[in-house]
Ligand binder design. Structure first.
Ligand code: CA
Length: 454
């Protein structure tokens, strides 16, 4: 295909699966806003017996990959990949590396293209998407949260340290902390308002209470594919080999707990109660057409260990990320959710490959299915702020919602929906789907009603 050749000269990640003219025999896939033939994201669903099975989203359906294996539609690396996808999670498939996921994608794309002999085989493995219940896509052994938006880091830094918002290390290395994998939950899981120690400004003594400053954070989740070796640093040139795919991630945060606990070692209980992720994993291959040069930041120091020609040309990804809120009252009165912000991951100060490479610099190994959070993604403009603490300046400038509701931070019954999508000038569009969480009252209020100190 001539168009492919042309595109390939500019972007080494493109192949025939990104041809905008591809049409599927499955009508609902053509023009689908999320799950066109150009996307093919992976997920895991529970069947009617409660058994977890890997699947791919296409149009209004999912392909049950366990069922598809029985049809033996593929050969070579495509077959190797499909066999690994008969597991109850994506981990083994992720571990096989980019060559297998690329070949599997090519096999599946061809099988879904109009005129393919595989149509009857695939049709037998289709399930209506509305019938499936999605789980976490893999076993997440470790979770690390980065801080890659310089706009977020600066505006939050101003609230915590007005005189010194951006610390000098920020531009020299990707800041992050090791988070909790055990409290990562799939979209739709209720978010119970956490209880924690907060400083009482009147008495200057801490008090245990339900957080009054519950917030969301709009983040990209990044899954590790092929594992890295223990005691070996992954250079920036090889980091891409370990990048499997992305999801939307909401790093729920309790700002009053955070303000009291965060020094000197960083976030702890203010973040560990819950992290929500969208159920679909959009692969690095599907993101290829949306690779862009990282945003230029003037006077940025050159960190030679985290620079490469490929990173300079294609390190960024233009993923649009939006955040919506609906309150209990809005839903009761039939008022649709309203948008709080929209930004793009292309503004990130550090790229995915820089995060991966830096994470392994000491020899710390990354395993298949490990999750990296990008940190809150805020763009350069006010309407691109990815958390309430930025939008309301720490709760001081409340936002007005319909019907005389106001918010500094989240109230019980509020629902936050993050969604992501990519669009290209030549008409390609793929979606990451959504991660939704609704706030419920604290579970343990009976245990902390005492009026004294902690
Ligand atoms: Ca975060």
């Amino acid at each position: 295909m001539e168009s492919d050749t042309k595109l390939n000269k500019q972007n080494p990640f493109l192949d025939g699966t990104h041809d905008p003219s591809l049409i599927s025999w499955l009508d609902s896939a053509n023009g689908h806003p999320l799950f066109s033939i150009h996307n093919l994201p992976f997920g895991v669903f529970k069947d009617s017996d409660g058994v977890r099975k890997c699947c791919v989203a296409i149009g209004d359906y999912v392909i049950n990959l366990h069922g598809l294996w029985a049809e033996r539609p593929f050969t070579g690396q495509g077959e190797v990949g499909l066999e690994a996808l008969t597991d109850t999670s994506l981990n083994r498939f992720m571990s096989l590396g980019r060559e297998v996921s690329k070949k599997f994608r090519q096999s599946l794309s061809q099988a879904l293209t109009l005129g393919s002999d595989c149509e009857p085989l695939i049709r037998r493995a289709l399930l209506p998407m509305s019938d499936v219940s999605l789980c976490l896509p893999c076993q997440i052994g470790d979770y690390t949260d980065f801080y890659t938006s310089i706009h977020h880091a600066t505006s939050v830094g101003k609230l915590f340290r007005p005189d010194n918002p951006l610390l000098p290390n920020y531009q020299w290395l990707p800041i992050g902390y090791h988070g909790r994998a055990s409290s990562i939950h799939p979209s739709g899981t209720m978010v119970y308002r956490p209880v924690g120690q907060c400083l009482n400004p009147d008495t200057q003594t801490p008090k245990l209470k339900a957080t009054a400053k519950l917030d969301y954070e709009v983040e990209l989740g990044i899954f590790i594919g092929q594992p890295t070796r223990a005691f070996e640093a992954v250079t920036i040139e090889h980091a891409e080999e370990h990048f499997f795919g992305v999801c939307m991630l909401n790093d729920w945060s309790a700002r009053d707990i955070q303000a009291w606990e965060y020094q000197p070692l960083g976030p702890f209980l203010s973040k560990n109660f819950m992290t929500s992720i969208s159920p679909w994993v959009v692969t690095a291959e599907a993101l290829a057409p949306f690779r862009v040069p990282p945003t230029h930041y003037a006077n940025r120091p050159k960190v030679v260990t985290l620079e490469s020609n490929e990173n300079s040309a294609f390190g960024g990804i233009n993923i649009q990320m939006t955040c919506q809120i609906s309150t209990a009252q809005m839903r009761k009165n039939g008022i649709p959710a309203i948008k709080l912000s929209q930004t793009s991951f292309k503004h990130a100060f550090w790229t995915i490959n820089q995060m991966i490479s830096h994470h392994t610099q000491t020899g710390c190994n990354l395993n298949s299915g490990d999750l990296l959070g990008s940190g809150t993604q805020s763009g350069p403009n006010a309407e691109e702020a990815g958390s309430l603490i930025e939008i309301t300046r720490g709760g001081q400038e409340v936002i007005a919602l319909p019907e005389n509701e106001f918010r500094g931070f989240l109230e019980d019954g509020d629902e936050i929906e993050l969604s992501g999508f990519c669009e290209s000038e030549n008409g390609l569009r793929i979606g990451l789907g959504t991660v939704v969480g609704r706030i419920a009252p604290a579970l343990s209020s009976a245990n902390f009603s005492q009026q004294g100190g902690v």
